[in-house]
Design a protein around this ligand. Structure first.
Ligand code: T46
Length: 130
């Protein structure tokens, strides 16, 4: 669980940030999704994954992400399009406090599979052994 600041390849035409699987993120990217139009009082996520690792980037606007490994919770501000946050497997994640213009891009290590989700917090604590 850590924030990474990526290099901005900016010049007079504008900005560009490049993120490569297995280089800038520690996994092969198998899936990309993004959420937007999220209501400020409507948190997203609220689950963990057995296998999936995620890399979160607020490519527009801002939001907060609270990651919880069962022992400690840390809240991160995603407020720049060149900042990425790694969410490892077996880490509970809640995305919240979205700005109206937030577009949260997620790179994922696995294809979508609902059976990879742990959506009950008590089940999550049991799986991580707490
Ligand atoms: C996360 C946050 C930021 C799919 O069909 N394919 C997908 O790849 C995903 C991610 C979701 N779905 C379906 C499953 C549900 O029927 O889309 C619907 C909404 O999914 P969910 O309730 O999981 O949405 P969020 O916004 O609470 O969470 C999602 C991701 O699941 C989660 O991993 O980090 O966005």
């Amino acid at each position: 669980m850590s924030l990474t600041e990526h290099r901005i390849l900016g010049e007079h035409r504008g900005q560009l940030v490049a993120i490569e699987g297995q280089q800038d993120v520690p996994f092969e990217v198998k899936r990309v999704f993004y959420i937007y139009g999220t209501q400020p009082d409507a948190p997203r996520g609220n689950h963990s994954h057995h296998q999936t690792r995620q890399y979160l980037i607020s490519v527009n606007g801002s939001c907060k992400v609270t990651l919880d490994d069962g022992k400690q919770k840390v809240t991160y501000d995603l407020n720049q399009p060149n900042i990425g946050l790694l969410q490892d497997a077996l880490v509970w994640g809640v995305m919240h406090d979205f700005s109206a213009d937030c577009v949260l891009l997620v790179l994922a290590s696995e294809h979508y599979d609902e059976s990879d989700y742990i959506r009950n917090y008590n089940d999550f604590l049991k799986v991580v052994g707490i």
